[in-house]
Design a protein around this ligand. Structure first.
Ligand SMILES: [Ca+2]
Ligand SMILES: [Ca+2]
Length: 188
């Protein structure tokens, strides 16, 4: 049995708008610097690869990628960003694919995890692909935006608008968000 997850490159821009104009909140959100600028990785399990190249798509700038092969575990490369006033806009260019056979399952994509001022997780939004018999489902604190496998897509939304899809989250409590490339495999 083999499970393969590929979370494609991400270019993320998070801005605080308002009267003062947009401000980039992510550090190295376009991945033009090496990943240790701004991003931190977390790996649990085997077969996780995190890398950065210019040729994951056809343009000349850099993308980042996380890959998870067979076996239980996950990899994540992300950063937590304070969102003063909660009015930030998220945007990303990403592609992902998640494949699994038999009873295995896998996910690959971008995960936004919302936190309150105490650092308690409030809920999550996932943008990406599911593979195999993945049990993930939408809930009052979890919203999935499924993408076409292997296709570059742009996703953009105001965090406060997205939180309308998570009725279990108090939008007024939002203080920070972790944005991460995320790949998970469950290999029965
Ligand atoms: Ca880039
Ligand atoms: Ca490129």
């Amino acid at each position: 049995m083999r499970t393969l997850v590929l979370a494609g490159a991400l270019g993320a821009l998070l801005t605080g708008g308002g009267a003062v104009g947009a401000v980039e909140l992510l550090a190295n959100g376009d991945f033009e610097l090496p990943l240790d600028a701004g991003w931190s990785s977390e790996i649990d399990g085997t077969g996780v690869t995190i890398d950065r190249q210019i040729n994951f798509d056809t343009d000349l700038d850099y993308e980042a990628r996380i890959t998870k092969t067979s076996g239980l575990g996950y990899g994540r490369v992300g950063q937590v960003v304070a969102v003063p006033g909660g009015d930030a806009v998220f945007s990303a260019e990403l592609t992902s694919s998640a494949d699994a056979i038999l009873e295995a399952w896998a996910v690959a994509g971008v995960m936004l995890t919302y936190y309150d001022t105490a650092g308690t997780p409030l809920g999550e939004t996932f943008i990406g692909s599911l593979g195999g018999v993945c049990p993930w489902m939408d809930s009052p604190t979890f919203h999935m935006i499924l993408t076409q496998t292997g296709v570059w897509e742009t996703h953009a939304f105001a965090l406060q608008e997205e939180l309308a899809n998570l009725p279990g989250v108090d939008p007024g409590a939002l203080a920070s968000v972790r944005i991460a490339l995320y790949a998970y495999a469950y290999d029965c």
